[in-house]
Design a protein. Structure first.
Length: 608
């Protein structure tokens, strides 16, 4: 992985590829490259590092090609250097391939090809594809790609061009997204619609096991078994303005400040005050089936897992349904028990996360009803799940998720109310929670006004090398997420813990060089949190408390306090995460880190 773009049409391909690669930068990458079909054949230029390095070695060239493919790479096989960057070619240089995913049997294929006399120049698994396609190519690029992929085990999203077939790009998908952009006398191929939006908003998503033969005027889709497929054309509703910084220094800061609006979008049309419940028609389940759910499994990765953990707390407390939260990467391999009456929720911002998608497919094989919670319309999870809920956060460009996380929490809160009202929750209680939810966007605005205060705190603590984040109850997932945000973008070691667990190990680390961020709102475990804070102070720890506005007692213990507006405890996490996002952002900026594209991370993780 990480990003693919291709163009075929009447215009010069080079600037279109560069524009597409720029739009894909947000996904995280460590090298870039392009292949262009010039009159003399395939011209490849690639470079380790960021896109400006590729631009510097290509911008002086007078490329005339009307066909080309490009790639941003996030290294899986082989270190990020010029040789291992994509595109890759075979021995003749007449075929070029860009690839997202992992070829699991590449080592065995490589040895076979070596015995046939083929010479390899890189450490990558992708180069095997280039040699295989070249081996099978006898004038028909589509058939050569089809035969090559029949030998492959693993995941791929690929785009291929050949100087022997100058009027076509072949694309294919298995477990890694590929989308065709449909223009007027021109067509594009990409791994993400962001790369296409300047040129078209009409797209077709490939399904697993499908190949596309794309020309300037048309395209056709077929399966690996040569069965023709009728394309399903979709229109993308968002536009380029939504993926620009809009005056902010970074996408992440912009997306933090967008949360009042994205939270409104997540709840829009879903608050049913007449019946004091939530309206979630996308679940595609009859109310009788929802009423008789016996058990819920939530599976996700990273930030989405933290949202799922909050979902577990809320659903169990208010709807009284047993819930298990599972790491998707573990769920698929541990032979989970799925009884009748079990519903599986899968959470993924992109809807393409490889582990989460595999977990969903495993659950469906075992007979579970699977419901997706995702952001990207038309994503694989959205298409393959039995139903679900879009979070409507809009495009999230910053690699470290912010607005998608709060929108996921909002959707899980609505699911909680829906399920709880089918059981023991009273009308009055349901109405009270809906009122609390409806006020969240305004309360988030209140917290965002603390931005300057939080920046001052960042200036005080940014040179620290370790942080501990503590929370109890529904604020424990927020502590986990706060720690994750800090480590993702500032590279500071940070850990989130249940506050009471601190004394079972982490307390050994606490001294005056170990700041502790404590979620300490005035809720049912407030006094317990105060006791934990006293334990920290007794060991000379420095405390940053996130507390309820008007709480004077907390200031007697903490070194610094960030005050939250007083809200219903049901929505506290939606408010409480905002200062932690801002703190992480400002610390990372002060440490001169690449906030939007932190090292080693990718936005959509489409490999295991």
């Amino acid at each position: 992985m990480c990003g693919i773009v291709g163009y075929i049409g009447p215009r010069k391909a080079y600037p279109i590829l560069m524009e597409g690669l720029k739009r894909l930068e947000y996904r995280g990458y460590d090298s870039t490259g392009i292949a262009l079909l010039e009159r003399d054949g395939v011209v490849v230029c690639k470079s380790a590092g960021k896109l400006p390095a590729l631009i510097s070695c290509t911008e002086a060239e007078d490329y005339q090609a009307n066909v080309g493919i490009g790639h941003t790479r996030w290294a899986t096989h082989g270190e990020p250097n010029d040789a291992n960057a994509h595109p890759h070619t075979g021995m003749t240089g007449r075929i070029a391939v860009v690839h997202n995913g992992i070829i699991e049997n590449y080592s065995a294929l490589r040895e076979v090809l070596k015995r046939q006399g083929r010479i390899f120049k890189t450490e990558t698994d992708t180069e095997v594809l280039a040699h295989l396609i070249e081996e099978y190519h006898n004038g028909n690029l589509l058939q050569a790609v089809r035969r090559a992929l029949s030998q492959v085990e693993g995941t791929y999203g690929i785009a291929v061009l050949s100087s022997d077939n100058p009027d076509v790009i072949v694309a294919a998908r298995q477990g890694s997204p590929i989308v065709i952009g449909c223009g007027d006398g021109e067509n594009l191929v990409a791994s993400d619609v962001a790369a296409l939006l300047r040129y078209t908003n009409r797209v077709v998503y490939l399904e697993d096991g499908e190949l596309a033969e794309v020309t300037a005027d048309s395209f056709s889709i077929s399966t690996l078994e040569e069965v023709e497929v009728t394309p399903h054309l979709e229109e993308i509703s968002w536009n380029l303005d939504m993926i620009e910084k809009g005056g902010f220094d970074h996408f992440m800061l912009k997306e933090i400040f967008e949360q009042p609006e994205t939270l409104k979008n997540a709840m829009r049309g879903r608050l049913n005050f007449e019946e004091a419940t939530a309206r979630l028609n996308g679940l595609n389940l009859q109310y009788d089936e929802l009423h008789h759910i016996k058990r819920i499994i939530i599976t996700a990765c990273g930030t989405s897992w933290h949202a799922g953990l909050l979902g577990e707390y809320l659903i169990e407390e208010y709807a009284r349904i047993p819930v298990e939260i599972e790491y998707a990467s573990e769920f698929r391999y541990r032979s989970p028990i799925i009884d009748p009456g079990t519903i599986v929720f899968v959470i993924s911002q992109s809807g393409e996360t490889a582990d989460t998608l595999a977990a969903m497919r495993e659950a469906r094989r075992k007979g579970a009803t699977c419901l997706g919670i995702c952001n990207v319309v038309g994503s694989t999870i959205a298409r393959e799940s039995d139903g679900g809920v879009y979070i409507h956060a809009g495009p999230e460009i910053g690699v470290a998720s912010t607005k998608a996380f709060t929108s996921q929490m909002m959707v899980l809160s609505l699911i909680t109310i829906l399920l709880a009202r089918m059981r023991s929750m009273s009308f009055d209680e349901g109405e009270k929670l809906l009122r609390a939810i409806s006020e969240v966007p305004d309360r988030v605005k209140d917290v965002l006004e603390l931005n300057d205060r939080i920046k001052e705190l960042a200036e005080k603590y940014y040179n620290m090398n370790n942080f501990l984040y503590l929370g109890r109850g529904v604020n424990f997932p927020i502590a986990l997420e706060g720690a994750l945000k800090l480590k993702e973008i500032s590279y500071i070691h940070a850990e989130g813990y249940p506050a009471a667990e601190m004394k079972h190990g982490p307390i050994a680390l606490i001294d005056d060089n170990m700041p502790v961020v404590v979620m300490a709102p005035q809720d049912s475990v407030y006094n317990k949190i105060l006791s934990n804070m006293e334990e920290i102070k007794a060991r000379r720890g420095r405390i940053v408390a996130v507390a309820t506005k008007g709480d004077k007692k907390i200031a007697e213990i903490a070194d610094d306090v960030i005050y939250l507006p007083r809200v219903n405890s049901f929505v506290l996490p939606l408010i409480g995460i905002i200062p932690l996002q801002l703190l992480a952002y400002h610390i990372a900026e002060l440490r001169n880190c690449d906030v939007d594209q932190p090292r080693n991370l990718a936005k959509s993780v489409t490999v295991e």
